[in-house]
Write a protein that binds this ligand. Structure first.
Ligand code: PGA
Length: 255
């Protein structure tokens, strides 16, 4: 890890209830003592955001949303605007998560619109990218990941990049217990950083944080974080246990 401040996200997906989510958030607050060492963002289910914010609002933890829409208001049944999220304390949004790309069939044009609009509204955007197993097997990892980066950030100015975090999450590693080897992950992170340098500037590339995601747990986190270009993790399953998540957070600032 470098001088970039590590960032750990806990993506709860469609898990927890209201009470169990508030309890989990409280335990994470209790275990997180060094806001200067690391940014920690939790992404609870949408209906619980306000309640979870009431648990974490005086702590160093930040609130994130798993999704966002690309318009301010109007006839978009079931969607939520950046301003609505901000009103309940949301600071960060996930865009382009593999489950939204592959299960809900969100395409690259919509993802680019969401990234652009959320940034205009001053939210932090975590743009998730990653290849499927077939794409990796056929040698297309870099091609796929870099095209997701290029299209996802197509409408973004250099100034807005300060609010962008990239999450590299190989689809085959998400929720499967299989993790990319630190070497393979580092290789993709380097390629992403190089692409950011070409799209924006070298300085922006070196300042942008790139998280790894896909079956990160307390046993593999430290080795992943010891790679120079891995600046933290987006954690799914292991973020549902305060003990595991806290151990991963600690590994990020003491790899
Ligand atoms: P996982 O999920 O840690 O359960 O693999 C990661 C993610 O989907 O962000």
């Amino acid at each position: 890890m470098t001088q970039r401040k590590p960032i750990i996200g806990g993506n709860w997906k469609m898990n927890t209830g209201l009470e169990s989510g508030m309890h989990l958030a409280g335990c994470i607050v209790d275990g997180f003592t060094c806001g200067d060492c690391c940014d920690v963002v939790i992404y609870p289910p949408l209906p619980f955001l306000q309640a979870i914010e009431s648990v974490i609002d005086t702590s160093e933890l930040q609130l994130g949303a798993q999704n966002v829409w690309c318009e301010e208001s109007g006839a978009f049944t079931g969607e939520t605007s950046p301003t609505m999220l901000q009103e309940v304390g949301v600071k960060s949004v996930l865009v382009g998560h593999s489950e939204r790309r592959h299960v809900l069939h969100e395409g690259s044009a919509l993802i680019a619109q969401k990234v652009a609009f959320a940034l205009v509204k001053q939210l932090q955007v975590v743009l998730c990218v990653g290849e499927t197993f077939e794409e990796r097997e056929s040698g297309n990892t870099m091609k796929v990941v870099l095209s997701q980066i290029t299209s996802g950030l197509a409408n973004i100015s250099s100034e807005q990049m300060v609010n962008v975090v990239i999450a590299y999450e190989p689809v085959w590693a998400i929720g499967t217990g299989k993790t990319a080897s630190p070497k393979d992950a580092q290789e993709v992170h380097v390629a992403i950083r190089k692409a950011l340098g070409e799209m924006f500037t070298e300085e922006i590339a070196s300042q942008t944080r790139i998280q790894y995601g896909g079956s990160v747990n307390p046993d593999n986190a430290a080795e992943l974080f010891s790679c120079e270009d891995i600046d933290g993790a987006l954690v799914g399953g292991a973020s549902l246990s305060a003990e595991s998540f806290t151990a991963i957070v600690k590994a990020a600032y003491n790899p």
